[in-house]
Design a protein around this ligand. Structure first.
Ligand code: NAI
Length: 254
């Protein structure tokens, strides 16, 4: 018996990173997974491996959401779970952030999750209830220099989560958020964090940085976030939990 037997869960940003690990774990727990992403080839390949269904979805486009919901129902008959995981990160001081960059980050991270809730919550309600997990960040709880737009979008996810939980509880939909710390995916690749710098993936310098920053002494694994998303999606684990952000960061914020 899997924890998600009979469930149909749509996961955004599922072609790689944390979303891919969530898709694999949820499928292993019995769910039919709809993988949604802008990376078509990678998403198709993962979907094929786990018996899921891939849909092209730019989370910032409302028309894409409508099409994705229809495709999910055509494939599996209903939707009763959503993981809003897709996100982007850019580094800039607020005073040098171009308006277009700020808006792009908001559109994907914040508006994307809003559209996901707006489009998919009625489907989950029609299926009799279920769960929504939004992806915030430790920068959705505290500040960090150079990620102003990102941190603003991730703080917004926490607010969205609380309001959605209040509005959707009567429809038997629970809404929670995961707030990862530094997780080992393309997003936290040092080539992006420190372009041209001397901290590179797989080096002792990077390990040393995480030993200093993170009480548990290492970067997080995407599977560790997927485990929390599974816990928050599975009724048997979290039936009485809604409206809350959960930090998974090796103790960074402790
Ligand atoms: P990633 O960059 O490997 O994965 C992000 C995924 O989102 C990719 O598959 C990408 O194609 C997809 N995506 C980007 N824009 C999209 C759009 N407009 N529509 C649909 N899909 C889109 O990074 P990772 O780490 O797996 O990120 C997953 C989530 O976790 C993001 O929301 C991120 O902000 C959050 N997060 C990541 C942390 C980290 O250290 N890696 C820390 C805290 C939060």
């Amino acid at each position: 018996m899997g924890k998600l037997d009979g469930r149909v869960v749509l996961i955004t940003g599922a072609a790689r990173g944390q979303g891919e690990k969530e898709a694999r774990l949820f499928a292993a727990e019995g769910a039919k997974v709809v993988l949604a992403d802008v990376l078509d080839d990678q998403g198709e390949a993962v979907a094929k491996e786990i018996g899921g269904h891939f849909v092209h979805l730019d989370v910032s486009k409302e028309e894409d959401w409508g099409a994705a919901a229809r495709a999910a129902k055509d494939a599996f008959g209903k939707i009763d779970g959503l993981v809003n995981n897709a996100g982007i990160l850019r580094f800039n001081e607020l005073t040098s952030t171009p308006l277009e960059e700020f808006q792009q980050i908001m559109n994907v991270n914040q508006v994307g999750a809003f559209l996901g809730i707006k489009t998919i919550a009625p489907e989950i309600a029609a299926a009799g209830g279920g769960s929504i997990v939004n992806t915030s960040s430790f920068t959705g709880i505290t500040g960090m220099a150079l990620v102003g737009a990102y941190a603003a979008s991730k703080h917004a996810i926490v607010g969205l989560t609380r309001v959605a939980a209040l509005e959707l509880a009567a429809k038997k939909i629970r809404v929670n958020a995961v707030c990862p710390g530094a997780i080992d995916t393309a997003m936290s690749n040092p080539a992006q964090l420190d372009p041209g710098g001397d901290i590179q993936a797989g080096t002792e310098a990077l390990d040393e940085l995480y030993r200093k920053l993170v009480p548990l002494g290492r970067v997080g694994r995407p599977e560790e976030v997927a485990r929390l998303a599974l816990f928050l999606t599975a009724e048997e684990d979290s039936a009485y939990i809604t409206g809350q952000p959960f930090v998974v960061d090796g103790g960074w914020l402790a």
